[in-house]
Design a protein around this ligand. Structure first.
Ligand SMILES: Cc1ncc(COP(=O)(O)O)c(C=O)c1O
Length: 367
């Protein structure tokens, strides 16, 4: 078998590599998923769906009930007026990201993304034979329109924006997002807005850039918000032709998202939301303990404004992550998220308070 060179060139995720070498008893602060269990009322909805025999294909776009509920969610939480026909249910935000990029990128087209940034974006740009273009974030890990404008060329087809941000925890301001949306309009490229951490904000507010431009593809998922990473259920919303083109790819690669997970997602987005607030409050307490602990060791750390990651500057990030793994704490070296963050490590605080405190104790000894 001969493989496509543009696929062979893609590295296996740096995040996966860093779990290798972790011994038994290691505390895992490398993972990007809530350590909570999916709330009971959501699980029950899925069990009922199975018992009812709701186990076949659904419409390609997703069930009408779920898209109605998502339309209502967009109005209630984001102030956006997406009608159900502008919404597609996908297998996680991951598939939605792929569809958004695949719909606009041709060979050698450019996809702009922040450096540092989530690992998938550059890989997806490569899978579609496009070219990932890194845009440096500023010193507070915010992505400015000025920095993006410097990288825009006639080949720019998309910009991926992720606020709250993985791996830095930064939250873009309304003005920053409005300026990015205006840039997308000025140059007619897609602004792909990855909003999977929208409910985990401790400083600032969540703003959807789709408020300011019709060139935005809004991407979200129940994965992080409701502790449902394994259910593989995400969604995207886009105007007019954009959705139609993404649907062409989706119907052939995926057909539809899991029927059972769609019922679970319906219970999640239309049911009580206290579980989300409880998780957010718990993450906030953990963030404060983690950041205080790191600061007390003299480690340079920007206060994370959202998501559940801290991104301290530690010197040689790879060396520190390797020493921490030997000492029983798994983190992710900064290079996994781009070329400008070799001095950082990403620490996830989606772990129990006990684990965070034990890990801090181990870090103090090791560092
Ligand atoms: C910023 C960001 N976007 C998307 C995803 C993927 O989400 P999903 O599990 O819904 O595919 C992740 C997962 O870590 C993420 O951190």
């Amino acid at each position: 078998m001969k493989f496509a060179s543009h696929v062979e060139e893609i590295d296996i995720s740096g995040i996966r590599k860093c779990f290798e070498g972790a011994g038994p008893g290691a505390i895992n602060l490398g993972l990007g998923q809530p350590d909570f269990d999916t709330p009971d009322h959501i699980k029950r909805a899925a069990i009922e769906a199975i018992e009812e025999g709701f186990t076949g294909y659904t419409m390609n776009l997703g069930t009408a009930e779920l898209r109605d509920a998502l339309s209502e969610k967009f109005r209630r939480e984001n102030g956006l007026d997406y009608v159900p026909g502008e919404i597609m249910v996908t297998s996680g935000a991951s598939e939605a990201l792929f569809l958004a990029i695949a719909a606009v990128v041709e060979k050698d087209d450019e996809v702009l993304m922040s450096d540092p940034g989530f690992v998938s974006y550059s890989a997806l740009a490569r899978v579609t034979q496009g070219r990932p273009i890194a845009v440096p974030m500023d010193e507070r890990f915010h992505l400015t329109a000025e920095a993006v404008a410097e990288k825009v060329t006639s080949r720019t087809k998309a910009l991926v924006v992720n606020s709250p941000n993985n791996p830095t925890g930064s939250v873009q301001t309304r003005e920053e997002l409005r300026a990015l949306a205006e840039l997308a309009d000025d140059h007619d490229f897609a602004l792909i807005s990855d909003e999977v951490y929208e409910h985990f904000i401790y400083e600032g507010e969540h703003v959807s850039p789709a408020l300011y431009s019709d060139n935005v593809v809004t991407i979200n998922a129940v994965s992080k918000t409701y502790a449902m990473t394994g259910w593989r259920l995400g969604y995207l919303a886009a105007r007019g032709e954009a959705l139609e083109n993404m649907l062409k790819v989706h119907q052939y690669v995926q057909a539809c998202a899991s029927s059972v997970s769609q019922r679970a997602a319906l219970a999640a987005v239309s049911g009580p939301q206290d579980c989300v607030r409880e998780m957010r409050d718990e993450f906030l307490m953990r963030r404060d303990v983690l950041v205080e602990g790191l600061q007390s060791m003299g480690i340079d750390i920007a206060m994370p404004e959202g998501a559940f990651y801290a991104f301290p500057k530690v010197g040689d990030g790879s060396d520190v992550a390797a020493r921490l793994i030997k000492g029983g704490v798994v983190t992710v070296p900064g290079f996994a998220f781009g070329s400008r963050c070799k001095e950082h490590i990403r620490i996830s605080y989606a772990a129990s308070m006990d684990d965070i405190k034990t890990a801090l104790g181990r870090m103090r000894e090791i560092l």
